[in-house]
Design a binder for this molecule. Structure first.
Ligand code: NAD
Length: 454
């Protein structure tokens, strides 16, 4: 399997994909290893995960280079991701023992009642490439701390990073037969679906998420899905600093080249400030340095997957044919690599694919609205339910709109943000179940109820 640098189109590594036989052998080893791992105290497991975090910090420059070379993520954003993801380890360190200890419910009656939280066993973590640290840690670190063994399949676009996770976890003290990495594309992922695992934790597209759920349904094991979105941002007319709102909105749309699950994917702006907003927004996007992702001041690198460029080009074509204006970008660069300049479209509406289907790239539509009611209806008009944001001076007005959103996360005067303290979840086509917070560790446990008569 060739690993290709999206900025240069060069093959930077050749890996041997797993087979049904190697997946079966890894699973057999994990079954044996999990039993011992479960018997370690939470404190011991946490100490190992903390050591893993220290190793990540010691190796940060090399890890950031690897991530940038295989995904095209600008190097400063690779470093940000590695730094930011360490917050999950800190969060586990502070809370995991409390969340995993047994709970006494009825201490005094003739029948004493209490609950313990047992690990699921050996779980599959099938992951995405866009934020491999964040979305990987959300699953495998929490699962390991809860006493599970993990069969981890990184995306085929982030395999080198995935192999590094394995090496550093083992160096930190996670036994080899408690965390195993499986290399390959969807066909290899399919072997995991056929294997006898105790839970499936998936981050990726709606289409693959549905396929996984249907394929493993008969096993009746937990399935958790972190999927895509078409996340709206509404800018109200009471915003005082329209320029700052436009800068923040542009970052929410174009950070990591728009390849974030919770990227701002559509913007609605009140008509009174629409022109001003569009002008500042466009100026800001023009200022982004586009080019070599290894350079520290690059904000926009190549797309990770070449095939996405055609998806974005189709969205632009469809929108323009239906009356939209392409005010900026959408061009390929005169150089090797999967580059497309960030595209801004105005005069858009919901007949256009751009405003309905996940773009997952450097493209945004900005639509004019005349009232909160119109904005609310448009924001709700989607099969997805990941996040929604409002920029406004008026908390009550923003809250009224956000309370009507059928989404897992709402933002007032911020966007494109994930915190380990509160759950991360999608509704409708955006997912099933939650990671992070106490819910994110309970996801990797099953309760045992004790009825205890002395
Ligand atoms: P994808 O669905 O193409 O692939 C995800 C993973 O599934 C990869 O590891 C892939 O190899 C594997 N896979 C593909 N087919 C499979 C099969 N038949 N059986 C088993 N495994 C299979 O998605 P992607 O392109 O890697 O990720 C982009 C998507 O992920 C976007 O929609 C994005 O919004 C979403 N995402 C969501 C979150 C979140 O937290 N909600 C986070 C990151 C990404």
């Amino acid at each position: 399997m060739n690993v290709i640098n999206p900025a240069t189109e060069e093959v930077i590594s050749v890996l041997t994909p797993d087979t049904a036989a190697t997946v079966a052998a890894k699973l057999k080893a994990l079954r044996a290893g999990q039993k011992n791992w479960q018997n370690h105290s939470v404190e011991e497991r946490l100490a190992i995960i903390e050591r893993f975090g220290e190793l990540v910090v010691e190796n940060k420059p090399e890890l950031a280079r690897i991530l940038t070379s295989e995904t095209g993520k600008p190097i400063s954003q690779s470093i940000n991701e590695i730094n930011g993801s360490l917050g999950r380890i800190q969060h586990l360190k502070i809370n995991a023992e409390k969340w995993l200890e047994s709970e006494m419910i009825t201490p005094k009656d003739a029948t004493v009642e209490f609950i313990t939280h047992e690990p699921l066993g050996v779980i599959a973590n099938i992951s995405a490439w866009n934020f491999p640290y964040n979305v990987g840690y959300n699953v495998f670190l929490y699962a390991l701390v809860a006493g599970n063994a993990v069969l981890y399949k990184p995306s085929e676009f982030a395999s080198l990073t995935g192999l590094k996770f394995g090496a550093l976890l083992h160096e930190a003290g996670v036994p080899a037969n408690v965390f195993e990495v499986v290399i390959g594309s969807g066909a290899v992922g399919q072997y995991l679906l056929e294997a006898d695992l105790d839970g499936y934790f998936f981050t990726g597209s709606y289409k693959t998420g549905v396929h996984i759920t249907q394929t493993v349904a008969h096993k009746l094991v937990p399935v958790q899905l972190e999927l895509g979105g078409k996340d709206p941002l509404y800018v109200m007319d009471d915003v005082v600093d329209v320029r700052q709102a436009a800068i923040n909105a542009a970052e929410g749309a174009f950070y990591n080249n728009g390849q974030s699950c919770c990227a701002v994917e559509r913007i609605y702006v009140q008509e009174d400030i629409y022109e001003e907003f569009v002008q500042h927004f466009t100026e800001e996007v023009k200022s982004y340095k586009l080019g070599d992702p290894m350079e520290e001041d690059t904000f926009t690198g190549p797309l990770t997957r070449p095939q996405q460029i055609a998806v974005l080009a189709d969205q632009i074509k469809d929108a323009v044919a239906k009356g939209a204006q392409l005010v900026l970008g959408g061009e390929s660069l005169n150089r090797k690599g999967y580059f497309m300049s960030p595209a801004v479209l105005t005069g858009v509406n919901h007949t256009m694919e751009l405003m309905r289907e996940e773009s997952f790239g450097p493209i945004i539509g900005i639509q004019k609205v005349s009232s909160d009611e119109e904005a609310t209806d448009l924001m709700r008009d989607t099969p997805y339910g990941l996040t929604a944001a409002v920029f406004s001076e008026d908390e009550a007005r923003a809250r009224k709109v956000l309370d009507q959103m059928n989404v897992g996360t709402v933002y007032w005067n911020c966007c494109d943000r994930v915190s380990p303290n509160i759950p991360w979840s999608g509704r409708k086509n955006s997912g099933l179940g939650a990671t992070l917070s106490y819910m994110g560790i309970r996801a990797f446990t099953q309760p045992k109820a004790y009825h205890w008569r002395g």
